[in-house]
Write a protein that binds this ligand. Structure first.
Ligand SMILES: [Fe+2]
Ligand SMILES: [Fe+2]
Length: 341
């Protein structure tokens, strides 16, 4: 029988690295084994634990949350790959520079997972959850996730935030472009209306938060491979080919770190589908009923509503950047627009 209960210390534990992870003068999380393979931080126990919980869930007849493969790619990406390539070839590199900077700043925000207080899900679940992944959310699983994104600045260890700034500076060298403004946080317009009034609002919020996080992880995966393709494109970064290759390798390490975020959230949500919730009026309701309802609603928001709002914001900012850039202007903007599908 595989181990199913872990202490927070176990969940947070690192491998014994043969070499630490350093780049451009930064000490970064994770490390390397003796063969030079990158090892993600805090995965010594976390990875086998997620596997063991997944296995146990399947033995009970459940499964990890099914995610429609369509959700893994955005309906449309803006700028598109040919558009971004045009800008880089024209020297209007600020748009890609901004995009990499923004990714780093958003990763840093992930640190708030560590500081946030989450309700105890056991209070609303009939079954004992101590042997489940969801019984470990506040026993290291969410903390580990938050530290992977935002790092431990007080210990001088950089995580995804710093890793993205390294990616950017490897590709472009140090630039004096102003730090872009982060996109506004676009919440659900009817966020105050409860979607699952059967359970306490704080628990609904926590489940929606986990679902949102999972969709963000999928969106990130697709954006990160987009960035990687541009960094590896032989027509681009010709003067900095070695550094651009190194930057793409750094992105690969980030992608490797993100894997456990997706697998753990999917097993969490799969477990929540398989348990029974206690309702606020003293009854019970199958977890699947609540989870499927919340998932449908959040998928609609993230896939349909949010992209519409974001696209308007982005078009304004990006077109202004192209017009104002010393190498940009009307004619580059016209060619950029012509590439739109
Ligand atoms: Fe990340
Ligand atoms: Fe992540």
């Amino acid at each position: 029988m595989a181990q199913l209960v872990y202490s927070e210390t176990e969940i947070m534990s690192d491998h014994d690295y043969a070499r630490s992870h350093e780049a451009m003068g930064h000490h970064l999380h994770g490390g390397f084994d003796a063969e030079g393979n990158y090892i993600s931080p805090r995965t010594l126990v976390r990875n086998p634990a997620v596997e063991a919980w997944t296995e146990a869930l399947r033995e009970r007849g459940g499964d990890i949350l099914h995610v429609d493969p369509e959700l893994m790619e955005p309906a449309e990406r803006y700028p598109t790959e040919p558009q971004m390539k045009l800008l880089l070839q024209e020297g209007v590199d600020q748009v890609f520079w901004n995009s990499l900077t923004t990714t780093g700043l958003l990763e840093a925000r992930g640190r708030f997972i560590v500081d946030r207080e989450f309700p105890d899900l056991q209070k609303i679940i009939v079954e004992d959850i101590s042997e489940l992944a969801i019984g470990h959310l506040s026993k290291g699983m969410l903390n580990a996730h938050g530290l992977d994104e935002g790092g431990e600045p007080e210990k001088g260890i950089g995580a995804h935030d710093v890793m993205w700034f390294v990616v950017r500076d490897l590709a472009f060298d140090v630039r004096d472009y102003p730090i872009p403004q982060l996109p506004e946080f676009l919440g659900r317009p009817d966020a105050r209306q409860q979607l699952a009034p059967e359970i306490p609002p704080a628990c609904e919020q926590m489940i929606l938060f986990m679902m949102n996080l999972l969709l963000i992880e999928y969106g990130a995966e697709s954006l990160f491979s987009f960035d990687q393709r541009l960094l590896l494109d032989a027509d681009l970064f010709k003067d900095r080919r070695d550094q651009a290759n190194e930057a793409a390798e750094m992105v690969e390490r980030i992608r490797q770190d993100e894997v456990v975020h997706v697998t753990s959230l999917r097993v969490d949500l799969g477990e929540l589908r398989a348990v029974t919730f206690k309702t606020v009026d003293g009854g019970t309701v199958p977890g699947a009923e609540i989870i499927d309802r919340l998932w449908a609603s959040i998928v609609h928001f993230v896939r349909v509503e949010s992209p519409k709002q974001q696209r308007e914001q982005q078009t304004r900012t990006i077109e202004r950047t192209i017009l104002e850039h010393p190498k940009g202007g009307e004619s580059v903007l016209a060619r950029f627009r012509a590439l739109e599908v």
